[in-house]
Write a protein of this length. Structure first.
Length: 132
């Protein structure tokens, strides 16, 4: 197995904080200057935040994520990406006001639906594998 690169905890925290601030600044700029009413915003700094966040977790744990953990993260990431526009539309249809409450609702529901769907898919795959 490969060993994770050594960033050091302080450096990992600093890089993650800078990535978060870049993402927050970009989201704020889109919120202020975009006419789409917070429906869709494709943040360019999101991959930087995800990369630094994942490497910070690896650094703190001092080992790579297991194969099963990587599979779960892959499934959840794709499901969150695909499901969150539907949840935004549903929140709009239900009259949820714009702002932090809507963002939290969409985030929590996207992660919850993604976790349930991922658990369901992986359990079906494991059951099929055990039956063979």
């Amino acid at each position: 197995a490969l060993n994770p690169p050594s960033w050091g905890r302080r450096k990992a925290c600093f890089i993650c904080t800078v990535a978060f601030l870049c993402c927050a600044a970009e989201a704020t700029g889109l919120h202020i200057f975009s006419p789409n009413e917070d429906k869709y915003s494709y943040l360019l700094s999101t991959p930087l935040l995800a990369f630094s966040g994942l490497f910070s977790i690896v650094q703190v744990r001092n080992r790579w994520i297991s194969e099963i953990g990587a599979r779960v993260l892959r499934h959840m990431s794709l499901t969150i990406y695909c499901i969150h526009p539907l949840i935004i539309e549903a929140a709009d249809a239900c009259g949820v006001p714009r702002g932090i409450c809507k963002w939290l609702l969409v985030t929590v529901l996207s992660v919850a639906v993604s976790a349930a769907y991922t658990w369901f898919c992986i359990s079906i795959r494991e059951n099929r594998r055990l039956k063979k």
